[in-house]
Design a binder for this molecule. Structure first.
Ligand code: NDP
Length: 330
């Protein structure tokens, strides 16, 4: 039974040496417990923050303790009245091949309704983050221009598709020409920009957004966001969802001072953690499932196979190796 632990706290960009794999006995479930076999593991950019010994909205991982993330698992033994062998569940679980659980925090998931991996993506926290961040903070309306950074990623690709369903002009910013083509050809974004090759990103955004930017869904922060912010319209809304370009910085980088832009455009900038909107999860999940069922939303995933490849898959998020939700199939 393999377990992946936090071996050391990363300095800057994380590396494989920050993780350690140990092998233990498969535990036996006690009365009131289930034995879970890990099936799919979600690797997420926010786990980087939990690897630091710093105060945040979730406590840091401890050294020599297992990393935990969203996992889909199969019940392989049950001594719990609510679960039977063969049931599938999702929850925040340890990076272990097998583990026991009392059922606390587990949600049943049904493979006959949707593929199991989608409960980590569009039907899980990813989809909820995209939908609720956009609807509650971005509030885009028909005909407005919505810019999305990290646009070909798990959250970003859903945000842009919802923007199109709402009738917006949608412009995505992403890190490769293949991703640009996917956004415009498959997801019907109006335009997409490769931030790695654009000669002048500010100019490229201005050209792609001739009517300015009404709504910005920010997954990356940093210089990309500085370039978008320069194009904001009056009453623009900025949903600050993530800042992956800054997660590995060891010093706080200096950018333009944004206050004059926020002030003169009467703009609203608001950060959020998806759990802020927990009471809206049921209707949001229902809407996402309906769009998925009607074929209006496409779930994109990058699936890597093998328990041992979990750390590598996590590191690859920072290299842009994924399109859509990065998931490890065990
Ligand atoms: P993604 O699937 O978007 O994966 C990360 C992507 O970020 C990569 O594929 C890469 O794409 C891009 N990226 C990596 N490094 C950089 C960089 N230096 N500059 C710009 N882009 C970079 O991950 P998620 O969809 O899971 O998460 C997206 C963001 O949303 C993250 O910042 C995450 O922390 C945040 N988040 C926030 C939540 C909340 O509750 N607020 C919940 C879930 C996620 P590319 O090829 O385009 O560079």
């Amino acid at each position: 039974n393999k377990t992946i632990l936090l071996n050391q706290r990363p300095q800057g960009k994380p590396t494989l040496a920050d993780f350690k794999t140990i092998t233990e006995e498969v535990p036996a479930p006690q009365e009131g417990e289930v034995l879970l076999k890990t099936v799919y593991v979600s690797v997420d950019p926010y786990l980087r923050g939990r690897m630091n010994d710093a105060r945040s909205y979730v406590p840091p991982f401890q050294l020599n303790e297992p990393i935990r993330s969203g996992i889909i698992a199969e019940v392989v033994k049950s001594k719990h009245a609510d679960y039977q062998k063969g049931d599938f569940v999702s929850g925040t679980l340890a990076w272990k091949e097998y583990q026991t659980s009392t059922g606390k925090g587990l949600q049943p998931v049904d493979p006959s309704v949707a593929p199991l991996s989608s409960y980590l993506g569009v039907l899980g926290l990813t989809g909820l983050t995209a939908y609720l961040g956009l609807m509650e903070i971005g509030k885009p309306t028909k005909g407005e221009t919505l810019v999305v950074s990290g646009a070909a990623g798990a959250v970003g690709s859903v945000v842009g598709q919802i923007g199109k369903l709402l009738g917006c002009r949608v412009v995505g910013i992403t890190g490769s020409d293949e991703k640009v083509a996917l956004l415009t050809d498959t997801f019907s974004f109006d335009q997409a920009i490769n931030y790695k090759t654009a000669a002048d990103l500010k100019q490229a955004i201005q050209t792609a957004c001739p009517d300015g930017v009404d709504c910005y869904f920010d997954n990356v922060g940093g210089e990309i966001s500085d370039a978008v912010m320069a194009q904001l319209n009056k009453y623009a809304r900025i949903a600050v969802c993530g800042a992956i370009s800054l997660y590995n910085e060891t010093k706080v980088p200096m950018g333009p001072r944004l206050q004059p832009i926020i002030l003169t455009r009467s703009a609203t900038m608001r950060g959020f953690i998806v759990s802020d909107f927990a009471e809206k999860f049921p209707p949001a999940s229902k809407q996402l499932a309906a769009w998925l069922g009607e074929g209006k939303l496409t779930a994109t995933e990058t699936i890597v196979e093998g328990f041992d490849r979990i750390p590598r898959a996590f590191l690859d998020l920072f290299e842009g190796k994924n399109t859509g939700k990065m998931i490890v199939k065990v």
